[in-house]
Structure formats: structure tokens, C-alpha cells
Ligand binder design. Structure first.
Ligand code: G3P
Ligand code: CA
Length: 319
């Protein structure tokens, strides 16, 4: 069996277990905790700026409803795409709340506290470059194109915007410390063929019930799907439950097949306060991912716990 390599720790929306997701404070903490990569989810503003934010909506992670009453769409939601960058800068970014306004993760940072702001991808890339200069340690970036087809319906090509921005900031070559992720396989095909991009690409795998993208995830994990994706992508980013064979609790058959095809596995999301069904302890989940499924990296809201686990396991020092 091949030697086990130290998996990458990908800070999911920053150290979001401790500070509001996608704030620069959460990114700085993740860097300090030793994450290898910082994630950026991306949505486009009314004036075509790439905003680092997870949802196409603003109402669960900001005070938009209070500050801009009357600016929701007929569905009652407030969309990033309907606000200029100048307007977005006036919002207070908060810990995530649910439809009723209660904290999604009650033990995390309080939603009512803090004066955090939303920011652009430009600002985060400059921030990452600044940290590299001041500390001498390079941290990678892991941008996600959120819903490219929806963005096209809204009149903007998010893929083209991101490709231009990464090129401008010097992320151009295969070895550069960046993975570009998307749930939509057609978008990854564009990057490889139309943009002729060398960058490492990641096909995210969710559940078809989420209606996240036109890609059929059952097809993606079939042998023909893995073969097609293997021609385009460097890694799969699967939702952790898809890795698990429900009959045996062992890694699903496709896991080995993906590895044999040269696809790395970067599953999501390891959370100390929201364990995957079937695991009663975080350590058991980490051991299963690293030693049974032999993943090549994983997304986590708690980079410190992940780094400590890897340091205490067979991995001494950094890979
Ligand atoms: O990008 C990996 C993981 O973050 C995908 O799920 O919804 O948290 O962006 P989500
Ligand atoms: Ca993401």
C-alpha cells in the first residue's frame, strides 16, 4: 500500500468554528492555527465585484434586513447580486443565523457581537500576500465558484471574473498554491478547455436533493463519471457521507476508484460541534478519514484541532 501522506488542512470559510465565517479575522486565525489552505466562497455584487461570501443571499450572515428594508426580492431574501460593493461595505457581517434569527451553532461566536465587514476577493488575496511577506509562510487559497449557471442568468460570468483575478494576482501555474472548486462540472470543463487553465481543479460532490448545480452527483461517482472528471479535475471534494458505504461503514467502492484514477480526495466538512452521523467523537471521524478513507485533505471549521490531530498522529512536522 502507498505511503500515507499528510493530508491538507483546508480552513472552511476560515476558522469559522471560532469567528464569523469568511471575515478576515476568521482567515487570520486559520492562518495562525496552521491551516494549509484558506477557502473563499464567491458571489458577484451588482457592480461585478467578487465578494467572499458563502450564500447568494445576505440575510443569514449580516444585518441587511435592518439596514436596507425593502430591498428583498419577492421571495423575501436579500441577494448579494442586488447590492453594490459600496452598499455591501455598510453591512455588519455576523455569525450565521437561521430563518428565525437564532444562531445556527449556539456555542460559537455570538451573532450580536462584533463589527466585522464583508470584503472582496481582491482584499483577501492582498491579505494572503501580506501574511506571506510578514511571516515568510505561504498559505494556499481555495476559491469556490458559487452557482455559475445562476450567475449567468443574473447577467454575469463569475468564472471569467475569477480567472482574470487569479491571473492578475499571479496564480497561473499548476504548482501555484491554489485549488479552484465548483459543484458544476461544465464550469470546470470551461476552465480546462476554454480558459486553457493549468490550475488545479476540484469537482465538488453533494447530494442531488440540494439542487446545487446541473451536475448529477450519482453520475459523477459512477465509473464513467469518474473517468470523465478525471480528464479535467485534479481532486474531488465530496460531502463526507458520500464517502461511507452505508452497509459496511467502510469507504465506498468509488473512493478507491477515484484514487486509482489519480483524483485526490478533499471531503467536507469536519466540525467539532456538528459531527457526521455515525461518529460519536471528532477523533473517530478524523481517524476514519485519514487512515481508512486515506483522504488527501479535508475542509474543517476547526483548523487547530485538525493540525493537532495530524501532528500527534504518524505525521511528524509538515509534509
Ligand atoms: O467547498 C467545500 C464545501 O465548502 C462545500 O460546501 O456549502 O460549505 O460551500 P459549502
Ligand atoms: Ca465552499
Amino acid at each position: 500500500m502507498a505511503t500515507l501522506r499528510r493530508p491538507l488542512v483546508i480552513a472552511h470559510r476560515g476558522a469559522s468554528g471560532y469567528l464569523p465565517e469568511h471575515t478576515l479575522a476568521a482567515k487570520a486565525l486559520a492562518f495562525a492555527q496552521g491551516a494549509d489552505y484558506l477557502e473563499q466562497d464567491l458571489v458577484v455584487s451588482r457592480d461585478d465585484e467578487l465578494i467572499v461570501v458563502h450564500d447568494i443571499h445576505l440575510d443569514r450572515i449580516s444585518d441587511v434586513a435592518v439596514r436596507y428594508p425593502g430591498r428583498s426580492r419577492p421571495d423575501g431574501r436579500f441577494y448579494v447580486r442586488d447590492f453594490t460593493l459600496a452598499e455591501l461595505r455598510t453591512l455588519r457581517a455576523t455569525e450565521r443565523v437561521n430563518e428565525a434569527g437564532s444562531a445556527v451553532y449556539p456555542e460559537r461566536f455570538p451573532p450580536a457581537v462584533g463589527s466585522f465587514e464583508l470584503h472582496t476577493l481582491d482584499e483577501e488575496l492582498a491579505f494572503v500576500a501580506g501574511l506571506a511577506r510578514s511571516t515568510g509562510r505561504v498559505v494556499g487559497i481555495y476559491p469556490e465558484l458559487k452557482r455559475p449557471a445562476w450567475h449567468r442568468e443574473q447577467g454575469v460570468d463569475i468564472g471569467k471574473l475569477l480567472f482574470g483575478k487569479l491571473t492578475e494576482f499571479g496564480y497561473r501555474r499548476r504548482d501555484d498554491p491554489v485549488y479552484v472548486q465548483c459543484f458544476d462540472f461544465a464550469e470546470l470543463e470551461r476552465w480546462r478547455h476554454d480558459f486553457d487553465s493549468e490550475l488545479k481543479l476540484v469537482q465538488l460532490i453533494g447530494d442531488n436533493a440540494w439542487q446545487e448545480s446541473p451536475t448529477d452527483f450519482d453520475w459523477a461517482l459512477s465509473e464513467p463519471g469518474l473517468a470523465e472528471i478525471g480528464k479535467i479535475a485534479d481532486a474531488l471534494g465530496p460531502w463526507i457521507p458520500t464517502l461511507i458505504d452505508p452497509k459496511t461503514s467502510r469507504p465506498a467502492a468509488w473512493v478507491d476508484s477515484a484514487h486509482r484514477r489519480g483524483l485526490a480526495l478533499h471531503p467536507f466538512t469536519v466540525r467539532a460541534d456538528d459531527l457526521i452521523v455515525g461518529f460519536d467523537r471528532l477523533r473517530a471521524l478524523l481517524e476514519w478519514l485519514v487512515f481508512d478513507a486515506r483522504v488527501d485533505g479535508f475542509f474543517t471549521d476547526f483548523p487547530d484541532i485538525a493540525v493537532d490531530f495530524l501532528d500527534e498522529s504518524v505525521f511528524s512536522g509538515r509534509a
